[in-house]
Ligand binder design. Sequence first.
Ligand code: AHG
Ligand code: MN
Ligand code: MN
Length: 336
Amino acid sequence: MDRKNTTLGEFIIENQSSFQYSSGELSKLINAIRLAAKVVNHEVNKAGLIDILGAAGDTNIQGEDQQKLDVLANEKFIQTLKNREIVCGIASEEEDDFISVNSNDEKHQNKYVVLIDPLDGSSNIDVNVSVGTIFSIYRRVTPIGTPVTLEDFLQPGVNQVAAGYIVYGTSTMLVYTTGDGVNGFTLNPAIGTFYLSHPRMQFPETGKIYSVNEGNYIHFPQGVKNYIKYCQLEEGDRPYTSRYIGSLVSDFHRNMIKGGIYIYPKSSVAMEGKLRLLYECNPMAFLAEQAQGKASDGFKRIMEIQPTELHQRVPFFCGSRKMVEKAEEFMAAQKA
Ligand code: AHG
Ligand code: MN
Ligand code: MN
């Protein structure tokens, strides 16, 4: 079969048998995410019209309240997953607590929990710059048919069954892994179908792009400052190019295709950095590793961190393997 003509729907069915103990539940779950992605994509594309159709806080023509896109994306993903009754729990960056989905009802035998960052790069919404959605899927650790608990969500990233993102960019793409490489699908908006456009995505071993918010430079640890200066030095293949969109999904996506490193370090004003371990760093780390890249907190592997709270933050160094290793060398040199 011509892989380029494969739709996401076909790909999911074709690959179902490769999951261990597959019962089709994970396939259904990824299908639900595919559907929610299309709904959110439709909303994202209308974002610039909000002033014309009614600003946030107003009531639209159907009498519904107009909502900010991040709130809306949150609702759409949660609704889709809840309505289809294919997960037992959901945790979202936009919600204080996790949501239990009929998990105490014996009829519902669902075993997966989903963690989402429904709208990543939200500061870019009003300025027509790419935003995204990030998702992460785990098997629950408590018994099926009993209410989900915090324990089901506080699992290290190595336990992920699947993870991915949607980038609402010049085209809309869904990129995901189930632990057997990373595949990217591009939405044909005319017919609402995702096609396999980027099979087996891989980070180049090294690259020439560094992505970090240098406005915070003065607050960065010395190791990060030194690494940034290294990137800027005229030597060998350097200086590197600086590219920072402010939307992790978009920065990651570009760096995976072109080769690069994304850094959100801790700083003297944000001791744990900014990014969330469960909704942002773990899924991106899983994708990075599946694409031959690397993800660490500057010292150790992101996916081996044992989470202690839902909204935990962590410093994040992610991208082409050799670049992350070089940044880690600079961090280690300043540790003592
Ligand atoms: P979110 O919109 O989900 O809150 O995430 C924003 C994150 C990430 O996507 C981005 O790379 C980073 O925050 C940007 O932060 P700064 O504006 O501090 O650079
Ligand atoms: Mn985010
Ligand atoms: Mn967000």
